[in-house]
Design a protein. Sequence first.
Lengths: 177, 241
Amino acid sequence: MKDNGKVRLATVWLDGCSGCHMSLLDTDERLIDLAQHVQVLWGALVDSKEFPEEVDVTLVEGAVSSEEDLHRIKLIRSRTKLLVSLGDCAVTGNVPAMRNKFGADAVLKRAYLENATLDAQIPREIIPALLPHTRPVHELVTVDIHIPGCPPPADLIFSVLNDLVQGRTPRVVAKFG
Amino acid sequence: MKTAAKVKTLTIDGVEVGAREDQTILEVAREHKIHIPTLCWMGGLSNVGACRICLVEVKGVNKLLPACVTRIQEGMEVTVHSERLARYRRQILELLFAERNHVCSVCVSNGHCELQAMAMALEVTHVHYPYQYPKLPVDASHERFVADHNRCILCTRCVRVCDEIEGAHTWDVMARGADCRVITDLAEPWGTSESCTGCGKCVQICPTGALSEKGKSVAEMSKRRQFLPYLTLMREGKHER
């Protein structure tokens, strides 16, 4: 917490569909209450390229699928006091991890060669390379709180955030899927 | 002419209870409204102790015992709720999730699944073990049903209901350890099984989305379990008593 007494909050979007962020927005007018207590330093759609230093709480949506994801989550962990896995992709790997049965090569081949009609080629530049396996966040860095759900209900996300800004340890009771 | 079963006394979580000597810890606990979580257990079928979720502590025994297959004894002191048991039950459940590809969000049984509900009941919010991502088949050869081995927890309810209630014994279990699988006939496609009567009891009794009806999409497969106690009752003639 910095001088203004507000919780410094960030949200990130790795390999997910953005549905968890949508669910966060579904907390509707309660966001206004939350805004009294938090300062949003970073989000899935901010233009700034560098993740801020000294963040109190980071919500992570999505699994870790690419070298870029891996690099980002390690940096985020090192700059975050309390890391929250938000939703099934971050918590279990979920749909992005369904490729693990086949391997990254088979997936790239399917997407970029077999289904391409023009100039079929697997991209090697600019787009980050896929890791051999998609992994849930906690298999790679320490995660403090897990919120399962696809997406987690807005009420649950709000209650966890509300507990955190009030200084309470949230108790998460939620289903996968 | 029935011989009267002997009555024994024991304690469950400190509560003194009396029960017939041929009863299991699970049966006695249920009679006294003491909840023990179960997954493979199904009233009307034999008990196999496959899932180990119903593990309990018995004083003087240094290992945990499955309540569904452990007969009561005189003076037994049973604990069904403790920190240690809660921890083990969560671990067992997490291992079930890690062992196969249970992707709840895209499952036909999402919202109607006993595995999913159990995770919530035991407050499992994530799996500590690395997911195995085994390559498992989906058998959609049957005209009306699908077997998705990615979602099977090897509870063997399908095996038991097919053998004990339908009398067909189409289902059985093959191989051991991580390779263990439920099979139809001699590991042949379900659709070409000669013993399967197509009754669908296995589908209705399956706790997860492993067995489902064709044409069901995500979250659409809710199971109808009501038939089972009725069938058992009729077969055993207990309704006449």
